[in-house]
Design a protein around this ligand. Sequence first.
Ligand code: ADP
Length: 339
Amino acid sequence: SSYHKVLEENRILYNQVQDLKGTIRVYCRVRPFLQGQPNGQSTVDYIGENGNIMIVNPLKHGKDARKVFSFNKVFGPTISQEQVYVDTQPLVRSILDGYNVCIFAYGQTGSGKTYTMSGPDLTTEQTWGVNYRALRDLFQMSKERADVVHYEVGVQMIEIYNEQLNGLNVPDASWVPVSSTQDVLELMKVGQKNRAVGATALNERSSRSHSILTVHVYGKELVSGSILRGCLHLVDLAGSERVDKSEAVGERLKEAQHINKSLSALGDVISALAQKSAHIPYRNSKLTQVLQDSLGGQAKTLMFVHISPEVNAVGETISTLKFAERVASIELGAARSNK
Ligand code: ADP
């Protein structure tokens, strides 16, 4: 019967989620060289099967020139959107059983964060990113379970810019009920318009703000009447590049300071969770405050860290990977990165 099918599915999902050991998983994704740009040398020397990536820094010599970083998984430049999503699917699906999940995209501007989360082109499903694949999956799965659990799905789109929270789809940032990916695409369009800035300005601003698409799920089991609540945060973080303090002035400096503050607050929260600290410093930034309920406790976190292969990005690439190892869990970093 469909009831038993759902129970069995739940059991499998539960095991998959339990298998995602630790509070956080970190996946590294390497962007390909951009079309129309000279390829040159790649700073990615080698990608191992077990989540290792070796970076070569042509500006250094001897043993300092190469460094290995270790993550749960590394996706090379030829890995498709679909392949990237496959490993994320169990986490996404677990929200229908009442889990809270946060998925982050981290990396310098231009490294592929928006490509991973949204995709380059909403009109082609093949290149859809994690956001739309996740929603499509949730709608499909909730339909399959319809005679066992009645689900309602709602989304909320917000942006955090200079420590200020703005609602994008609706002014008060409340959540809007949706029942198909089409509904979500329509909302996205409204959200883009509400930003009320030109395309170039939008691009620049979106690289300096965090944008968060939150999916709320409310389910009622028809037989027992019990209630399930799950929540998925899909977070496209502001560009992590360090801004030269001697050059940035005015607005740009202020933005850079806010970004630094919130990204390091995020790193602090995640590493405090990984170390099981008694005090988790959620209050240090708007971003960690907004995500508080979905970081720690029973919640699961996945971070996609993005790097560009170009030699001129090598400094940012290394600091991105260092940040990522810090959040990946202190143990994993110490035990595996030195070999
Ligand atoms: P970010 O959001 O980090 O600023 P984008 O997602 O806008 O970066 O990516 C920068 C450029 O690289 C875009 O033109 C994007 O289409 C392209 N790109 C990024 N990742 C990939 C990928 N995995 N495959 C093909 N093109 C990519």
